[in-house]
Design a protein around this ligand. Structure first.
Ligand code: FES
Length: 70
């Protein structure tokens, strides 16, 4: 595992809509019912009952691999 890198599942933990990165606020926003997550997938506000799952990331020969749940 490459230190400092991870991936976050983009499927909202409320009802499964795809979250979107909001550059201005540096948050992940769900457009369906306005859940907000931080860059690590932790719930900031809204109806989402739990954080977005994180995945381990490996980098080898300039290729990024999503390796599994962190
Ligand atoms: Fe994301 Fe409801 S599906 S807040």
């Amino acid at each position: 595992v490459q230190a400092g890198f991870f991936a976050v599942d983009m499927k909202c933990t409320h009802l499964g809509c795809m979250v979107e990165w909001e550059t201005d606020s540096q948050t992940l926003k769900c457009p369906c019912h306005a859940a907000f997550f931080d860059y690590q997938g932790k719930v900031i506000s809204g109806p989402a009952p739990k954080p977005l799952p994180q995945y381990k990331v490996e980098v080898a020969k300039d290729v990024i691999y999503v390796a599994g749940l962190a």
